[in-house]
Structures are given as C-alpha cells and as structure tokens.
Write a protein that binds this ligand. Structure first.
Ligand code: HEM
Length: 177
C-alpha cells in the first residue's frame, strides 16, 4: 500500500520517515565531528561525507513536501489521542521542516560565501577557510542544537505512546498491515 490510510502510514511515507531519520542522525554526527576536528584533513574527511548526505536530505525533503502536498493524506490521530498533544506534535513536525531547510540553506550559504568547495572536493593542499568567519555558521550551529532537541522530544513522544499509552502509534509508522 503506497499511500496512507486513515489508520496507518503508507509505504512511501514510512520509507521517507525512517530514511530521513537515519540520514539526519548521520548529518548531526558528521557535522559535530567536522566542527570539532583537530586538523583540516580530518575536517575535510567528515565534510566529504556530510555535504553529499545533506544534498540527499534536501532532495528527500523536497520529495516529502511534494508527496504530502499532492499525493497523500495524513492518517487520523491515533485512537484515544489527546487534542493538545496532537497539536504539539503537529507543531513539532512543522518545526522539523523549518529547521531542516534552514540547516541546508545555511550549510550551502557557508560553502558558497567561504568558497570552500575546492578545498573540500578538489585538489589536496588547497587551504580550508575558517567557517566561523562567515555569517551562516552561527545559525547552522544553533539549528543543530534545535534539531537535537526536536529529535529527542519527537522520539520521547513516540516511546511514551509505545510503552505508556500502548496505543500502537509506532506500528503505524512501519511496513505492513
Ligand atoms: C539537514 C541538514 C544538515 C544538518 C542536520 C547538519 C548538521 C551539522 C552539524 C550538527 C554541524 C556541527 C555544528 C556545530 O558544532 O556547531 C554541522 C557543521 C557543518 N556543516 Fe552541516 N548540516 C546540514 C547541512 C549542511 C549542508 C547542506 C552543508 C553544505 C553544503 C553543510 C556544511 C557544514 C559545514 C561546512 C560544517 C562545519 C563547520 C565548521 O567546521 O565549523 N551542512 N552541520
């Protein structure tokens, strides 16, 4: 079942969700590693992974927006759900889109303004710029912490549904049925 039904997410939505989750965790890990690298060579190594993965997340997020906008409809709230909690969940989902797109925009801004692409992807020996000299670096760092906060809150809510409410919320964000 490619599309969602009132009681569960479809295969496309489930795939986008878990693939995005894995790639964003990889971006957080590689981003913090790059930012805290002790030398330029190590930083370049992490950025050679970080930037292509970020571009995949950009394409996946664009596809996700088009998918929900044109092709699929969200399932109904899970049985017995509380209205104010549903409202917070919706805001958290919107915040994810804003922060993810902001991270991509500030990341691209950093690379364009600093002209770092040849140092990262070109000939070895090109000098890597200091990213903190460029304005998009600060929002990129702030966004990273917001994203960690959102991810912890989002995962915490899923675990609350799974183990305290026991309402099968996680099951509907997986394949089958
Ligand atoms: C959803 C997308 C993205 C996420 C989640 C993400 C995450 C991160 C994180 C967590 C950091 C470390 C921040 C810190 O320690 O303050 C970082 C650093 C960095 N990111 Fe991203 N990033 C994303 C997109 C991008 C894109 C699209 C680019 C470039 C085209 C990029 C380029 C960089 C660079 C150059 C750094 C290193 C800055 C430094 O060494 O000071 N990022 N990223």
């Amino acid at each position: 079942m490619l599309k969602s039904r009132p009681e569960r997410y479809g295969t496309v939505a489930v795939s986008i969700h878990w693939l995005s989750a894995i790639l964003i965790l990889a971006l957080l890990a590689s981003g913090f590693k790059a930012a805290n690298a002790m030398n330029a060579a190590t930083k370049v190594e992490f950025l050679r992974f970080h930037i292509p993965v970020a571009i995949i997340v950009l394409l996946l997020t664009a596809f996700r927006i088009v998918w929900w906008w044109r092709f699929d409809v969200k399932p109904l709230p899970v049985k017995g759900s509380v209205m104010w909690q549903d409202r917070i969940a919706r805001w958290v989902h919107v915040a994810f889109y804003i922060v993810i797109l902001g991270m991509i925009a500030s990341g691209i801004g950093m690379i364009v303004l600093s002209g770092a692409a040849p140092a990262i992807f070109g000939e070895p020996g090109t000098v890597l710029p200091t990213f903190t000299d460029y304005p998009p670096r600060a929002p990129h760092g702030l966004g990273a912490f917001l994203l960690v906060g959102l991810a912890v809150f989002h995962a915490g809510a899923a675990l609350y549904h799974q183990f305290i409410r026991r309402d099968g919320l996680l099951r509907r964000m997986w394949y089958g049925g």
